[in-house]
Design a protein around this ligand. Structure first.
Ligand SMILES: [Ca+2]
Ligand SMILES: [Ca+2]
Length: 318
């Protein structure tokens, strides 16, 4: 049986077997030429891997959902989940926002806000929205935070967002989805992806004001659920605070605290902490910091439904 410590080891093992020749795993390059020509061919092949699920669909006609290996422009390769079914397919899963402890406010596991406490001296928190730091696995993206190199490498026009119950296995993602939608507006065309969007519109305390400094907003097309079911997920208290049927990126509350994403909605008031997720590292109201911000409304117990707060938010590009 083939036992592989990693995808790289696996590929090297297979190549070794196929070629029947000893291959050093360490490329020796002098003046731009591979000393071992076979290894040069192998590396060239790696660099021709697709950079996105859309490319796999378009170049190879693949229409099956599942795990595929992608490569960045610089040749870093990684495993990613491709949704080849929804609205024509070609969607690459690049990230998930998972709340492991909604009462833990900017504590361990809050990678999309801050894991180092609610701190006015760290206004950007962990900075994951605009960094090249990666974490987690595609298959584990309903059980913990996830971010792959596609998040900053893929050139995309639209997003698709899935809310999947925590710990759900990949084979059940579609059937168990609490909410699924995608954009068709091409709103990412200007920046290319969320990494560049958040470079332009930082998720940082004090970098803007409620209402006037929204990073991006797009109408959505629902794949599971609709405007009313989306509003219901956020609970009765949030009803008058937003308009359903949109996705919004980078907003501020009345305290100038920054949040990264309002899923399925567009804020119409200045309390987005009750339904927007991710954020900077400082919230003047101390019980609001964290990946799911103040979706629990801990003082009033009238927050978002548990169906929503106990689901991970999966982000796809196309
Ligand atoms: Ca938390
Ligand atoms: Ca998290």
């Amino acid at each position: 049986m083939l036992r592989c410590a990693s995808v790289l080891m696996c590929l090297l093992h297979v190549l070794h077997t196929v070629l029947g020749a000893a291959i050093s795993p360490k490329p020796i390059i002098i003046n731009g030429t591979y000393i071992n020509p076979e290894l040069g061919k192998y590396h060239a092949r790696l660099r021709t891997l697709a950079r996105s699920c859309l490319e796999i669909r378009d170049k190879h006609g693949v229409t099956q959902d599942g795990m595929y290996i992608l490569s960045t422009a610089s040749g870093t390769y990684y495993q990613a989940f491709c949704d080849m079914s929804s609205a024509g397919g070609g969607w690459t899963l690049v990230a998930s926002v998972h709340e492991n402890n909604i009462r833990g406010k900017c504590t361990s596991g809050d990678r999309w806000s801050s894991q180092q406490g609610n701190d006015q001296h760290r206004p950007e928190g962990d900075g994951s929205w605009a960094s090249t730091h990666t974490f987690g696995t595609a298959e584990g993206s309903t059980s913990d935070d996830y971010k792959n190199p596609g998040y900053y490498d893929i050139s995309a026009q639209d997003v698709s967002v899935w809310h999947i119950p925590n710990d759900e296995q990949l084979s059940n993602w579609t059937s168990s989805a609490v909410l699924r939608y995608h954009t068709e507006s091409g709103f990412l065309r200007d920046t290319g992806n969320l990494y560049h969007l958040f470079k332009k519109f930082p998720v940082r305390f004090g970098a803007g004001r409620c209402g006037s400094d929204v990073g991006a907003v797009s109408p959505v097309v629902f794949d599971t659920g609709d405007k009313d079911s989306t509003a219901d997920l956020y609970g009765p208290s949030a009803g008058g605070e937003f308009e359903s049927g949109f996705v919004t990126f980078r907003v501020f509350d009345s305290d100038r605290a920054a949040m990264a994403m309002c899923s399925g909605v567009r804020p119409t008031q200045c309390s987005p902490q009750h339904y927007c997720i991710g954020g900077g590292g400082y919230f003047p109201t101390s019980d609001q910091c964290g990946d799911f911000t103040a979706l629990d409304r801990s003082h009033t117990h009238t927050g978002a439904s548990r169906r929503l707060t106990e689901s991970a938010v999966l982000l796809f590009y196309r």
